[in-house]
Design a protein around this ligand. Structure first.
Ligand SMILES: [Zn+2]
Length: 131
């Protein structure tokens, strides 16, 4: 009984720690942090970002929590939890439709015109271009 309580308590501690993880994105939803490959988990939209070939090999920072089994659960896509670094600048991973001027946070077709969106990392504090 006592042992189980202790286990739950340490699992909670593990979840609370971290919040941010930075490393190189590998194929198969893994982040190389130092010499350790950490399995990444997330919702469907986050998983699409992790599977984006254009980001494989890029330096990413993800927000979320470490789980009990040592993998990392990324926060929901609505929190914009994935960042990349371009020339040292931390930019939010996002996607842009040049036709509709619509920004999304997961790759794929634009929901408006159905064209492919362009990978367009951006400072979250900079406003979007207007048509
Ligand atoms: Zn569009």
């Amino acid at each position: 009984m006592r042992r189980r309580a202790l286990f739950l308590f340490s699992a909670l501690l593990l979840r609370a720690e971290g919040k941010r993880l930075r490393g190189k994105l590998m194929a198969g939803r893994k982040l190389m942090v130092g010499d350790k490959a950490v399995a990444l988990m997330g919702d469907e939209a986050v998983a699409k970002v992790l599977d984006d070939e254009r980001l494989i090999g890029a330096e990413l920072e993800v927000e979320g929590a470490t789980t009990g089994d040592g993998s990392f659960e990324i926060d929901g896509i609505h929190t914009k939890p994935v960042y990349t670094f371009i020339k040292g600048e931390r930019l939010g991973v996002s996607y842009w439709c040049e036709i509709c001027y619509i920004r999304t946070y997961s790759p794929g077709k634009c929901w408006c015109c159905q064209e492919d969106t362009k990978l367009d990392p951006k400072d979250p504090n900079t406003p979007d271009r207007k048509p």
